[in-house]
Ligand binder design. Structure first.
Ligand SMILES: NC(=O)c1ccc[n+]([C@@H]2O[C@H](COP(=O)([O-])OP(=O)(O)OC[C@H]3O[C@@H](n4cnc5c(N)ncnc54)[C@H](OP(=O)(O)O)[C@@H]3O)[C@@H](O)[C@H]2O)c1
Length: 240
């Protein structure tokens, strides 16, 4: 798919990986909807970075775990652009690093609410308008190997991978759905001490940059014959 002139929503694009994806889409000429829940200043910074490529942008505050806010966001996108061609479900939280027996119902609901239910809600609301297009979900290596953070985070990402496969089956051939499973990425999500430890686990000797993930997302969006695929971006840390 040619991205120039298309309309793309990137959830959680105020910072980190989402910002890199939004900017990469703008570089390709796509008009970008920048979504955030708390960080308005950062979202405006992402907008400024996208605008340098001469594309149109829309910044929308919406907590992806809340149906009414998501519905309103999608309405605003339709009012402004009249179409949605691309959805990147990127918004995510790590939650507290906890062993299984320490996870409370609140911890579980908070993480699953944003990472899994949030992605599903946004997808459902977008599908009311997307007749042909692409969806990419940002999962995690934790959804494959269980990760080290907590069962709630791992389950949210494992669920997102399964959701990707289900959506791919049901939405083809008009909408192709894929996921990316990054290993550790250099964003605010991971503390500097942990980053140092994780660097050593990668065959590349580095943790990924947000742009490495964005590059993979663009590849999946531009390709018209890949669906139901999970692409690892983990420096060879997990081979299967
Ligand atoms: N960094 C890693 O090592 C890594 C590895 C594998 C997968 N991932 C996944 O990649 C995605 C992005 O992570 P990141 O490292 O870029 O994290 P980040 O730097 O913490 O950024 C998270 C983004 O998500 C937004 N967000 C959080 N809760 C939201 C909500 N309820 N509704 C809408 N937006 C929300 C944040 O916006 P506000 O500040 O406005 O809330 C922010 O823009 C996540 O899904 C994460 O699980 C990250």
């Amino acid at each position: 798919m040619e991205l120039k002139g298309k309309v793309a929503i990137v959830t959680g694009s105020a910072r980190g990986i989402g910002r890199a994806i939004a900017v990469a889409l703008a570089r390709k000429g796509a008009n970008v909807v920048i979504n955030y829940a708390h960080s308005e200043d950062e979202a405006r910074k992402t907008e400024e970075m996208c605008r340098r490529y001469g594309v149109e942008t829309l910044v929308v505050k919406a907590d992806v775990s809340k149906r009414d806010e998501v519905r309103e966001m999608v309405q605003r996108v339709i009012e402004r652009f009249g179409r949605i061609d691309v959805l990147v479900n990127n918004a995510g939280i790590l939650g507290k690093a906890l062993r299984p027996m320490k996870v409370t119902d609140e911890d579980w609901d908070a993480v699953l609410g944003v990472n899994l239910k949030g992605a599903f809600i946004v997808t459902q609301e977008v599908l009311k308008y997307m007749k042909k297009g692409k969806i990419v979900n940002i999962a995690s290596i934790a959804g494959k190997d269980g990760g080290t953070v907590g069962p709630h985070y791992a389950a949210s990402k494992g669920g997102l991978i399964a959701l990707t496969f289900n959506l791919a089956r049901h939405l083809a051939p008009n909408i192709l759905v894929n996921a990316v499973a990054p290993g550790p990425v250099d964003t605010g999500l991971i503390s500097p001490e942990i980053k140092e430890k994780l660097r050593k686990l990668s065959l590349t000797g580095e943790i990924a940059k947000p742009e490495d993930v964005a590059h993979t997302v663009i590849f999946l969006l531009e390709n018209d014959h890949i669906t139901g695929e999970l692409v690892d971006v983990n420096g060879g840390r997990l081979m299967d």
